[in-house]
Design a protein around this ligand. Structure first.
Ligand code: ADP
Ligand code: MG
Length: 322
């Protein structure tokens, strides 16, 4: 961007709009931000990039896009049990569109302030519309929720409902439709795609109770697959128990199950809980969670068919065929 333009834009839309934090010694305006991590904690850092026409439709509402750009990062913090603190924003735009910037910044700032996060820096450049947000959070030393500690006998849970964003994406793209869906259902599914809720409080509360966690960005099969691979275990799922929204309960059950198993962008948490903590997890969060299966010794992803384990089929399982 032209230098003067860049500074003006930052001053107008980004500086001083998010929560000022004590742990920010120096925020926007210098070459670097200077930040203090609290004693006894580690810094959890994650970055996500959204590219126009790859990750979002060109005509998506700017405020919703701002909100989602941060929500996907918050979801990564949630999956580690981290407490959100700071963000940086790298924005590449083809031209300066002030009404787009006003909407976009509103969406980012609203969600940042919901979690008392401070925007501490970024970069502004010219090019095809691309948004990168890096999030930073705190997690007590030795207690982050990783993908590597699931053990046979642990119970697998997911938050919320699965497959909504995938259905919303196909509806939005005009690739799929079901006559049983009414306008409210369609709106709900597209809302789940465009304004996902990161399960930040749940992730933090689960930190001392769960053995592993992942957020569902690429689809349950792929994301649970990361836990299985990194923990060296397998899973047996109870497909009848999959949590579906009222909208997805209306459509063909097989299609709903495909969305729930394989489609991404739901940003729910999938996590494993050792048997001794299951009662506490169900007691405290049961209304928002569903038990969908169990971790087993045998590598791979299976479902129970009577007495036997059947491998789950589908492209996402190609790497489980050993
Ligand atoms: P430099 O050229 O030294 O990298 P810039 O001129 O790019 O610095 O940015 C000036 C200041 O504005 C820096 O503190 C930077 O972090 C901040 N900044 C730039 N773009 C953004 C943005 N999109 N959002 C928030 N802060 C930004
Ligand atoms: Mg710069």
């Amino acid at each position: 961007m032209a230098e003067t333009g860049e500074f003006e834009l930052i001053a107008r839309y980004f500086s001083g709009q998010t929560t000022p934090r004590q742990d920010v010694a120096l925020g926007i305006g210098d070459d670097c931000a200077l930040l203090t991590v609290p004693a006894g904690h580690r810094l959890a850092v994650s970055i996500d990039t959204l590219v126009e026409q790859v990750h979002f439709f060109a005509d998506v509402d700017a405020e919703k896009l701002g909100y989602k750009s941060l929500a996907v990062g918050l979801s990564d913090l949630a999956a580690m049990g981290a407490r959100p603190a700071w963000l940086t924003l790298a924005l590449t735009m083809p031209e300066v569109n002030e009404s787009w910037l006003a909407g976009f910044s509103r969406g980012v700032i609203q969600l940042a302030n919901q979690y008392q996060m401070q925007l501490v820096g970024g970069d502004t450049t010219q090019g095809p519309l691309t948004i990168s947000i890096q999030v930073h959070g705190f997690v007590p030393v030795q207690s982050a929720l990783t993908r590597r500690q699931a053990q046979a006998g642990d119970i697998i849970f997911v938050s919320g409902t699965l497959g909504d964003a995938g259905a919303g994406l196909r509806l939005r793209a005009g690739q799929w439709h079901d006559p049983r869906l009414d306008q409210n259902d369609i709106q709900f599914l597209i809302q789940r795609l465009e304004c996902p809720t990161a399960r930040v409080e749940l992730g933090q509360a689960l930190m001392p109770l769960a053995s592993s966690a992942v957020d569902i960005s690429d689809g349950l099969s792929a994301d649970l697959g990361h836990i299985l691979e990194q923990s060296g275990v397998g899973a047996c799922l109870d497909l009848e128990q999959f949590p579906l929204s009222a909208a997805l309960k209306k459509i063909d059950a097989d299609i709903a199950r495909q969305f729930a198993l394989h489609s991404g962008d739901d940003y729910e948490l999938c996590f494993t809980v050792p048997p001794q903590h299951v009662a506490e997890v169900e007691g405290r969060f049961g209304h928002r969670l569903t038990r969908i299966g169990e971790i087993i010794d045998k590598a791979g992803l299976f479902y129970r068919d009577g007495q036997t384990l059947q491998p789950l089929k589908g492209q996402a399982y190609a790497h489980f065929t050993h």
